[in-house]
Design a protein. Structure first.
Length: 253
């Protein structure tokens, strides 16, 4: 497949509706993709280790010194950069198409419609979750809120992870990699796989909580399938997570 060229026409093609460069042809191909998928999911958690170190020290009553905290934060950023670079490498094993393209009007439209769809999904599913669990927040959100109460050091790391790093890395894993490596001409299967994996990775204590994230992941997957532009998904994911900033401000001392 030739490398992507910006056409003369006003409208860009939808590159991720095209099959990947390396299609699944044998059980070995499936095993390779599944192995890389496991590696990709592990990469989501590895950059969180420095933050866990700071959190453990805080809970033991010996908060990290300023130099140690700066070192842990810098390490966290470096690990996220490394994870994003590795994901870019894994994605391009299966496609010659670029992850980043110039935005079209349709891209901005998909951000708006995608955000409204995600907001609507939460509006519908959250009461169902509350009726089953008795909780107002999903387990994932409750864990984050709990960590925010542990002091300014954790707050800054949480905001960086949730609002900046997670939208980039998770979109590269669940949309960029999954929807390329497990491509099918029928868009339903990659969208479902992406949504289910997204739901399972986020911490939840019952099926209703998981279903919320499955729905959010499926919406993000649909947007990626239609635009083929990972920055559209990152922007949409950012908007969904942005309220975390306002939540964090409540705990800054």
């Amino acid at each position: 497949m030739a490398s992507y060229q910006v056409p003369i026409e006003n409208k860009l093609p939808m590159p991720h509706q095209e099959p990947p460069r390396k299609r699944i042809k044998s059980p070995k191909d499936i095993a390779e993709r599944l192995l890389f998928l496991i590696i990709a999911i592990v990469l989501i958690y590895v950059p969180q280790v420095p933050m866990s170190v700071v959190l453990v020290l805080k809970k033991r009553g010996t908060p990290a010194s300023t130099p140690l905290y700066i070192a842990m934060f810098a390490l966290m950023i470096a690990l996220y950069i490394g994870a994003v670079w590795l994901m870019r490498f894994l994605i391009h094993r299966y496609t010659d198409q670029p992850l980043v393209r110039r935005w079209e009007k349709r891209d901005a439209l998909y951000v708006v419609l995608g955000y409204l769809a995600m907001f609507g999904a939460k509006l519908i599913l959250l009461p169902f979750y509350t009726s089953i669990s008795g909780e107002q927040l999903t387990k994932n959100d409750a864990v984050i809120r709990g960590m925010l109460k542990d002091g300014n050091q954790i707050i800054f790391m949480i905001v960086f992870m949730t609002v900046i790093a997670a939208p980039i890395l998770e979109e590269m894993v669940f949309r960029g990699y999954v929807m390329t490596a497990f491509y099918t001409r029928n868009p339903i299967w990659p969208i479902l796989i992406s949504g289910v994996l997204f739901g399972l990775v986020h911490q939840n204590n019952n099926i209703a909580g998981t279903l919320i994230y499955v729905a959010l992941g499926a919406i993000l997957a649909y947007v990626y399938r239609r635009t083929g532009n990972i920055t559209v998904n990152i922007g949409l994911h950012f908007l969904n997570n942005a309220p975390m900033i306002f939540m964090a401000l409540q705990f800054i001392k």
